[in-house]
Design a protein around this ligand. Sequence first.
Ligand code: NA7
Length: 543
Amino acid sequence: CQENGAPQLDVLVVGAGFSGLYQLHRLRELGLRARVLEACEDIGGTWYRNRYPGARCDVESTSYSYSFSPELDQEWEWSERYATQPEILRYLHHVADRFDLRKDVTLRTRVTRAEYDESDHVWQVTTDTGETVTTRFVVLATGCMSAVKEPDIPGADTFAGRALHTADWPHEGVDVTGRQVAVIGTGCSGVQAIPLLAERAAGLTVFQRTPVYALPALNRPVSAAETAEFKARYPEFRAAQRKSRGGTVFEPPTRSALEVDEAERTATYEAGWESGLLSGLLRTYTDLLADRAANETVSEFVRSKIRSIVTDPETAETLSPRTFPFGTKRPCLDTDYYATYNKPHVKLVDLTATPIVEITPKGVRTSDGEHPVDVIVFATGFDAMTGSQVAVDIVGKGGTTLKEKWATGPRNHLGLLSAGFPNLFTVIGPLSPSVLSNAVVSIEQHVEWITDCIGHLSRNGVTEIDATPRAEEEWCDHVADLASRTLYPDVASWYTGANVPGKPRVFLAYTGGLDRYRAECDAAARDGYRGFALSGTPAGPRL
Ligand code: NA7
């Protein structure tokens, strides 16, 4: 209950995945009243919901894990180079138990609305369980890939068999043994699921609209000796990770792909391919994401690999991306993806030649006929980056909703606060490096900045922080300017919002690197939260 006009909570955190759990831990250290609301039945966020066969991280486990606790680094052991979804979920449960986080997490509670009270500088938050909470600050830890993109295909609800989305897979699993299975979508989720579904299904038909570039993961168990060796250098590794450009540690390239001869380039790409790393190829030359001719050298290298793995030349060609440069849509890390198409019971349907007309009760109808199946797996992706935020009815100053404000694309300052929506922070949201970096490293950077900020405001009696319109405009221009120097914005992808019909076409991430971004955020804080208007008692610095 509220006493003397004080809000019930200092901070309400929305979402109990990697972001929300760490945010709660940090806020506790400040001695603040913080609580997490989570829509799902359990903690884990992305790693709770994406339980499809083959779901695993495509960043190495030792790197895709929290760095804030040296003790945690020492006690946790990863069993594989790339952890599976169940192992990552076990890790998050371990973290929740170890730091006693669960008691402040309320599950099965979806935040549906948040309205800012301009006179009291608090948010009134409403949930689908009928609860209303008054809180000074809100942190949206709702994830970049949590708003599922429902299949925009006519008749999708008429299918008489089993229909599933990769991001909403049943806990008990789905046995496809002996069944005819369709997969629609060949992004990272489809690429991971297809080889495993093919192992059990009697027949697998993959409906591909756009082929992807997939690189071999070369996943393997981690030996006890490797674990011991890694643990010994964890402190040094974590420090380097924090300083890095994308949250993974490597020596940045210094040369253009066009500066070297073909033999040298091919040898370099071979080494990148054999590294089993998502960025193994992109880290070879400076201009792969900035120059089409340079990029074509690596794009063609991957196509040559596809041709060397897939035995049927026509299938190999259909699987070869030709409409966008390598890396401008998110590459995938695979285990046996291309080789799966060599199996006689696996069929590839090229939707550019024969588009889907509708889903029928029996299966999928394309322009050349019906494909009867027992199970349809929609691997159709997400309303990425902004979907989970605009799904909440967020009402800011003057009664404007975030959805209205972002109708032509997201706007905020430093990816952290959107002008007119004070005291509402976002973790790894749009216009931050988020999806172009190791997400956990970005999450820690955001959470730590937000925690320091809230601590500063609390200590100084400041009750409201808002992005200034001018700083916001400059930030949006800066993000767009950096993106315009790359090949990213011209490509239809979820990075540009192009995968969701009607979504404005804006490049959604900061391409300047996590190191530079971190420096910009730190400098703003150091300069008394430059670019933000602080008010309350006593009034804080203003722009
Ligand atoms: P993605 O990468 O958005 O992939 C979705 C796939 O589904 C992609 O191949 C789409 O083709 C395809 N798609 C979407 N709608 C349709 C329709 N209506 N018909 C046919 N095909 C369709 O999502 P993922 O879940 O695989 O991966 C998301 C991210 O999660 C991933 O990048 C990692 O960061 C983790 P399109 O390319 O739009 O032609």
